[in-house]
Design a protein around this ligand. Structure first.
Ligand code: FES
Ligand code: FE2
Length: 384
């Protein structure tokens, strides 16, 4: 553990209450040591949403995903068991499954043709006779923990991770009234690439609507900003607001954003946004320290041909909001690199969600740094 990462972690004081708190310090948004630590301590340890349960309903159905650079394949076995593996060939590390999704009886590595069962077992190796001390049964695809909740498939890269249910804590009963599995049908996906650290996007999401009147004029025309609520849970934040439209509201927004806005963030990088009959999820995937992808999956209560135009209009509203957010996030990343900035204060009325995010992150990174330092200290006698 390089000392400078440790000193960067110490720049943040997690014990400050919200009215005294600052954001995490700016180097956390571009330092490569912090990004590496996050990869191990956050993305390598938390439950990560990687896809939708309906993509892997039938035996043989699979999809691939990426967790902070680690390729994963999720597949429903012939025995109906849902499994996940690192999508990394045990021969020379090529990606075994190259399609985004599909249905297969077995997987064949495109590099040298090794084959794996959809249960992960290594079945056949081309031209491998005479190789000594090679256990075929010990060279299957490496398994990863997997579970589902509502419409979503989650995996956890840590072999000793606690259950998804424990991780979600008090969230399931909050989401249950939305009846997602019964009412919502997947419609379409968009993936955006942003020139900012993944945390900039999460911070922007968790500012309690603070930026909405300034950055999203259209959305702002239906959000009842003064009635916006922010509620923190152990590892999640729910933002909610009544919606109302009048003659001043933008028509496309008013017709597709009705009922009550429900914006749920689950640590570290999963968001679920719902209105009446309209929903999208966002997964924020780091692509290095100063770049990330945000995957939007759109769902609607009605995906019939008759609803197509309305659903497209709803996506167009979301795309406009996303465009506005991307401009802000890219600008924030540039500002975070300025020598003029180290950290900023938080609005007590609006930014409790960011405060929670920063404290959770600090706790995970600090614990991992301590473990890593202890391991390094224990290793020193062996080197002498
Ligand atoms: S890397 Fe897969 S068969 Fe060689
Ligand atoms: Fe926004």
């Amino acid at each position: 553990m390089p000392r400078d990462v440790r000193s960067l972690l110490e720049l943040y004081n997690p014990n400050n209450p919200l009215d005294r708190a600052s954001t995490i310090p700016s180097p956390w948004y571009f330092d490569l040591g912090i990004a590496e630590l996050e990869n191990a301590a956050v993305f390598g340890k938390t439950w990560q949403a990687v896809g939708r349960a309906e993509q892997v309903q039938k035996p043989g159905q699979f999809f691939t995903a990426d967790i902070c650079g680690d390729p994963i394949v999720v597949v429903r076995g012939e025995d109906s068991q849902l499994r996940a593996f690192y999508n990394v060939c045990r021969h020379h590390a090529a990606a075994v499954v190259t399609e985004a999704q599909g249905c297969a009886k077995q997987f064949r590595c495109p590099y040298h043709g090794w084959t794996y069962g959809i249960d992960g077992a290594l079945k056949g190796m081309v031209e491998f006779e005479g190789v000594c001390d090679f256990e075929r049964s010990a060279n299957g695809l490496v398994p990863v923990q997997i579970d589902t909740w509502e419409n979503f498939v989650f995996v956890n890269l840590h072999p000793d991770a606690g259950s998804l249910r424990d991780f979600l804590g008090s969230i399931p009963p909050i989401v249950a009234p939305l009846q997602l599995t019964k009412k919502m049908r997947y419609f379409d996906r968009r993936t955006y690439t942003l020139q900012c650290n993944w945390k900039v996007y999460i911070d922007n999401y968790l500012d309690g609507g603070y930026h909405v009147p300034h950055a999203h004029k259209g959305l702002s025309s239906v959000i009842e900003y003064t009635k916006y609520t922010i509620e923190n849970f152990e590892r999640a934040c729910l933002q909610s607001s009544p919606l109302s439209s009048d003659s001043g509201s933008e028509a496309g927004v008013a017709s597709t954003r009705q009922g009550r806005a429900f914006y749920l963030w689950i640590y570290p990088n999963f968001m679920l946004n719902a209105y009446e009959g309209v929903m999208d999820t966002n997964i924020v995937v780091p692509l290095g320290a100063d770049k990330c992808a945000v995957i939007f999956d759109y769902y609607f209560s009605d995906i019939s041909a008759a609803a197509e135009a309305r659903n497209r209009k709803s996506i167009a509203v979301s795309e406009k909001v996303q465009d506005e957010d991307m401009g802000i996030c890219d600008a924030v990343q540039r500002g975070l690199g300025s020598r003029a900035y180290l950290a900023g204060r938080l609005s007590v009325r609006r930014e409790a969600g960011e405060h929670l995010f920063h404290r959770l992150l600090h706790a995970d990174l600090t614990a991992a740094a301590k473990r890593s330092e202890a391991a390094a200290d224990n290793a020193i006698p062996c080197l002498t």
